[in-house]
Design a protein around this ligand. Structure first.
Ligand SMILES: Nc1nc2c(ncn2[C@@H]2O[C@H](COP(=O)(O)OP(=O)(O)OP(=O)(O)O)[C@@H](O)[C@H]2O)c(=O)[nH]1
Ligand SMILES: [Mg+2]
Length: 435
């Protein structure tokens, strides 16, 4: 980034449209969040406009008259860019820029811009660049040189040599190149995950709205030393650490990118490999910022993204965070059964959270008899790490034992399963020596 870019703060007008059944209050809440996103991207909101319409205008989104009014407002407040809260199609964007005489972008551009600024690793950069290119390619045609040379920065910068004037064909080649690079990285990631799965450990993923406190919690629970910032989308690259649970089991805990309302589809696509760890987890700890204006809406937004990435069926444990700041956390925990109130900052409620995680992982598990050849010390070690093992007998062909396994582990160890036990028998075994 050049010095000029760093000292220049773009002046922004925000525009939201209430199309029934969406009401004005909802649009205003969404605009508050958009203002936060714009601020995170490094620009200043100088004016906000809300309009009510029966349907978006196909040519200009807000309607021609309103667009002209927006032009006047933008001149008055000396705005560089107008940001729309909903996704504009390429034609709407072009038409609006003609009327407004300045860059017109949408929420997606702002989020992509923040991701572009926060990407650190080669994988993160490649994912963001791919999302940017896929989003911008259909919008390149017909954008005059004049406009692209205007002061606006958000929605036009990105990692690498992404410039609007650059030949479309070169950009398409770049897309193909990035896709190949990401496929390779995905393979590597999958191999690593397979290795981890063979260790027999459960995997637990921290998910939640951006800025909910996922990274703070990962740091509090392990010695991850992950970056924590009062900033949206501080984390783009997933981290995995070992976590010892009460009861002796140790699991793999991952932190990943935060979600937000209307998370751009191109980003979800580009981050698919990063998000696979979430879809494959045995349990999700859904971290909720209890001090947020509307925690319920954030929970819904997170669940919508989980659905989109194929993680909608993974069991979820709600953790209402920032209890030190928000008395609301305890009330929310009381009204959501099975959830806990915590403060990742002060450590309050963390013990309870860990016990809940251990309980949830054990839930649905049952006792299974296994026969393991002596050559498979790795399986034996994994079973011991996994928790409860009983009745170990050394026989001629190998080791026979009983272990409490959940469904996923039972599937993984199917070749060693000698016979399932009755649930009552399991009760008798509680407290039996562990090896
Ligand atoms: N008061 C209070 N602040 C917290 C707590 N947990 C996290 N925070 C603050 O919330 C902000 C966001 O924390 P992060 O851990 O970066 O949040 P995140 O969910 O990882 O956010 P992204 O990676 O940006 O999606 C930071 O300023 C933290 O210090 C808490 O329990 N209490
Ligand atoms: Mg984070």
């Amino acid at each position: 980034m050049t010095l000029i870019e760093r000292t220049f703060r773009e002046r922004i007008v925000l525009v939201g449209v209430a199309v029934p059944p969406v009401g004005i209050a909802e649009v205003e809440a969404s605009l508050d969040e958009l203002a936060l996103l714009v601020d995170t991207a490094g620009a200043d909101v100088v004016s906000t406009v809300v309009q009510r319409r029966d349907a978006p205008d196909p040519a200009t989104y807000v309607g021609k008259g309103k667009a002209e009014e927006l032009h006047h407002i933008s001149e008055e407040v000396d705005a560089d860019t107008v940001v729309f809260d909903d996704e504009l199609n390429p034609a709407q964007q072009r038409n609006l820029e003609k009327i407004l005489g300045r860059t017109a972008i949408d929420r997606t551009d702002v989020i992509l811009d923040i991701f572009a600024q926060n990407a650190r690793t080669p994988e993160g950069r490649a994912q963001v660049e791919l999302a940017l290119l896929r989003h911008r390619l259909p919008r390149l045609r017909g954008r005059g040189k004049q406009l692209s040379q205007q002061a606006g920065i958000i929605g036009t910068r990105g990692p690498g040599e992404t410039q609007l004037e650059v030949d479309r064909r070169r950009l398409l080649r770049r897309v193909t190149h990035l896709e190949a690079e990401l496929r390779q990285l995905t393979r590597t990631r999958r191999t690593q995950r397979k290795g981890r799965r063979r260790s027999g450990r459960h995997s637990v993923s921290l998910v939640g709205y951006t800025n909910a406190g996922k990274s703070t919690l990962l740091n509090a629970l392990t010695d991850a030393g992950v970056l924590v910032e009062d900033r949206l989308f501080a984390t783009l690259d997933p981290r995995t650490r070992r976590l010892d649970l009460p009861g002796g089991e140790s699991v793999l805990l991952s932190d990943t990118v935060g979600f937000v309302r209307k998370l751009p589809h191109h980003l979800v696509e580009a981050f698919r490999s990063t998000l696979e760890v979430v879809a494959e987890a045995d349990l999700l700890v859904h971290v909720v910022d209890a001090s947020a204006p509307d925690p319920g809406a954030q929970i819904e937004a997170v669940r919508a993204v989980l659905e989109e990435i194929g993680a909608g069926k993974v069991p979820e444990l709600l953790a209402f965070n920032k209890a030190d700041l928000a008395p609301e956390a305890k009330r929310l925990a009381d009204t959501h059964s099975g959830s806990v109130a915590i403060s990742a900052l002060t450590g309050e409620g963390i013990d309870r959270l860990l016990r809940a995680v251990a309980d949830r992982l054990r839930a649905g598990s049952g006792w299974v008899e296994l026969a393991i050849p002596y050559s498979r010390g790795d399986v034996l070690a994994a079973l011991h790490r996994g928790g409860e093992v009983a009745d170990v007998r050394h026989e001629a062909g190998g080791i026979r034992l009983r272990a409490r396994l959940d469904e996923a582990s039972r599937g993984r160890l199917a070749e060693f399963v000698a016979g399932a036990e009755e649930a009552e028998a399991a009760e008798d075994l509680e407290g039996v020596r562990r090896d």
